[in-house]
Design a binder for this molecule. Structure first.
Ligand code: YOG
Length: 136
C-alpha cells in the first residue's frame, strides 16, 4: 500500500542545495543566494495515484501535477527553465521521478521516514536531500 504524502510540510534541512543549483542547474549567483536562504513549504494533495505538489516560498512558487505511470512534459519555469520529459513511478513506498532532457541523471525521489517527508533531488553527479516536517 503506497504511502500518503498529503499535507503541509515545512523545510527543516537542505543538504547540497547550493551545489545542485549552481553546479548542476546553472542558476546564477544572485538567484542562488536567495534560493538557499528560503524557507520552503511543500503542500501535497494526493488522490490515489494523482498528485499535486506545490513548493511555496516568499520568492517563488512552483507547482507540479501528475499521475503515477503517465509520462508528461514539464517546463521548470522559475527554477532552471528547462523542458524535460518526466515519468513518476512507485518503487516500493518511494515516489520516483525520472526527468529526461539536457541534463544527465536528473530526477527526484520522495518518501516518508520517521514521520518526515524526504526529497532527494539529483542532477548529474549532485545529490541534494531535503527533509520536511509536518506543519500543524
Ligand atoms: O520538487 O521539483 O517535490 O515539483 C527545486 C529548486 C528557488 C528558485 C525546488 C525557488 C532547485 C531558484 C523544487 C524555490 C534549484 C533555484 C521554491 C523542486 C533551482 C532554482 C520554488 C521540485 C518536486 C518534488 C515537485
Amino acid at each position: 500500500m503506497p504511502a500518503n504524502f498529503s499535507g503541509k510540510w515545512i523545510l527543516e534541512t537542505s543538504d547540497k542545495f547550493e551545489d545542485l543549483s549552481i553546479l548542476a542547474l546553472d542558476i546564477d549567483f544572485a538567484t542562488r543566494k536567495i534560493a538557499i536562504s528560503l524557507s520552503q513549504t511543500k503542500v501535497v494533495s494526493q488522490d490515489g495515484d494523482k498528485f499535486d505538489f506545490k513548493t511555496l516560498s516568499t520568492f517563488r512558487n512552483y507547482e507540479l501535477a501528475f499521475t503515477v505511470g503517465v509520462e508528461f512534459d514539464e517546463c521548470t519555469k522559475g527554477l532552471d527553465n528547462r523542458n524535460i520529459k518526466c515519468l513518476v513511478t512507485w518503487e516500493g513506498d518511494k515516489l520516483v521521478c525520472t526527468q529526461k532532457g539536457e541534463k544527465a541523471n536528473r530526477g527526484w525521489k520522495h518518501w516518508i521516514e520517521g514521520g518526515k517527508l524526504y526529497l532527494e533531488l539529483t542532477c548529474e553527479n549532485v545529490v541534494c536531500v531535503q527533509v520536511f516536517k509536518r506543519k500543524e
